[in-house]
Each structure stands twice: as C-alpha cells, then as structure tokens.
Design a protein around this ligand. Structure first.
Ligand code: ATP
Length: 234
C-alpha cells in the first residue's frame, strides 16, 4: 500500500530524515517511535505533502506521491491528524468535523461518514453543537481524529496521539484506533510514548536522529532489552 524509499528531509540544509526506507501493507497498523526531534513528524509530513523531501520516493497504491500537493494526496486516500490537534475553537464540533470533508462533494456519503464518526465517538455527537474549544483535551483529540476520518481515508497518519492526555483517555483512544484498524483502516501512529504505541500498533520502527535503527513486531520490540531500557523505562 505504502512504500517510502530512501527518504531525505532537510530544513535549510540541516538534515532531519537521513535515508529512511519502510513499507506497509493495506490494513496494517504501524508505529514510528523515537525521542523528540528524531524525525518522526518530518517523515509523516513528507508523506502528506506538508514538507517537500530533499530526495526519495513515496509510493502509495502504485502512484508516486512524493512532492505532490496535500490536496492531491488527501484525494488519494491519506489523511493526517496533526500534533497539537488544531481544533477551530469557536466553530462547533460538527463544523470542525465537516471541515475534514472539504474536498468531497457527495453529501450523502459525507453524512454517512459523520454518522460513522459519531458511532466511534458518541461524546462528539452529544456535544456536536458546542464550540470545539469547550471540549476537554481528550475530547479535542477525538475531534481531531474524527475530522481526519471525514476525508474517508484508506491510511490515517496520527502525529502524537497521547501528548498531555490522562491515561484513562489514552486507553479509550487506543481502543478506538484498534477498532478502526480492525475495520480495515491502515494507520501510522507517531508517538513519543513508546509504551502506548507498542501496545496499540502491530509493527514498529524506532527512529534516532533521522535513521531507522530497529524494526520489528511490537510484541518483539516490547521484549527487546534495548527498547526496554531506552524507551520503556524498565
Ligand atoms: P517531535 O516529536 O518534536 O515532533 P520528531 O521526531 O517528530 O519530534 P521532527 O519534528 O521531524 O522530529 O524533527 C526532526 C529534526 O528537524 C529536529 O532536529 C527538528 O528541530 C528539525 N525540524 C523540524 N521541523 C523544522 C522546521 N520547520 N525548521 C527547521 N528545523 C526543523
């Protein structure tokens, strides 16, 4: 479904991603873990067209999307849930969700997907007429994920799901992501919280200073001595 080959990202000559290669199949759930600044966001931003790679190929369902505009990439079926949520505070929950469908025209399908989002996140239905800014942090993260689903993606990229959220909310969100994945959505989860990431995704890549230093099934990574010491605090 997705193949990233020899990807380089630089900012004013400073290298953030240093020749990264990985691929994923349809319906897979992978995670990129690594410390602050390891290059996780830069990889995902390159996939979604938010930064132009210095070099590399990004193939999505047989199309090279490297360097294409975000709108083209979203239409191909990739959606991005940004770090920091970026909710429109004065717009209602439902208006925020509908923004996620801004490239779509079929009202019936958009409404079906709105119902789907409300099925996964009933609290958003309950609060659909309230301003986005009135939601708690966890509810805003649900709104951000819900908004990303409104473009009807085949692949969802989530940048820092858990930042600043209480453990109970994180558990709820993780459960919903697993359910979405089981219903066919491919997911790439970027996390500084390796503990949550390795419990939620099926396959993981560990990034340090712009390089993948390790990859494996998340169950194997969880048992790995180096990962336990460096990332899980065991
Ligand atoms: P974080 O969790 O903080 O987002 P990350 O692993 O996602 O970390 P990136 O955000 O991809 O890492 O950053 C990788 C490197 O690129 C870091 O050294 C960062 O300072 C640098 N960087 C990221 N964005 C920019 C930018 N817009 N301009 C200049 N340097 C940047």
């Amino acid at each position: 479904m997705l193949a990233v080959k020899d990807l380089y990202v630089e900012y004013s000559g400073i290298r953030a991603v240093n020749g990264v290669t990985f691929s994923m199949d349809e319906g897979q759930f992978i995670t990129l873990i690594g410390a602050n600044g390891a290059g996780k966001s830069s990889i995902v931003k390159a996939i979604t067209g938010l930064v132009k790679p210095k070099q590399g190929e990004i193939i999505f369902n047989d199309t090279n999307i490297e360097g294409r505009d975000s709108s083209v990439i979203i239409r191909q079926g990739i959606s991005y849930c940004p770090e920091g949520r970026r909710i429109f505070a004065t717009m209602t929950v439902e208006e925020n969700l509908k923004i996620g469908a801004y490239l779509r025209k079929d009202k019936k399908k958009i409404n079906d997907d709105l119902d789907k989002v409300y099925h996964y996140f009933p609290i958003l239905k309950e609060k659909r007429n309230l301003p986005g800014g009135s939601l708690s942090g966890g509810q805003q993260q649900m709104l951000a994920v819900g908004r990303s689903l409104m473009s009807d993606p085949k692949l969802l990229l989530i940048d820092e799901l858990t930042l600043g959220l209480a453990p109970i909310i994180i558990q709820d969100l993780a459960k919903i992501l697993i359910e979405l994945n089981q219903n066919g959505l491919a997911i790439i989860l970027i996390e500084q919280n390796a503990n949550v990431a390795l419990k939620t995704a099926n396959y993981g890549y560990v990034l340090e200073t712009g390089n993948i230093i390790l990859e494996d099934d998340t169950t194997e990574l969880t048992d790995n001595d180096f990962i336990q010491k460096a990332y899980l605090g065991i």
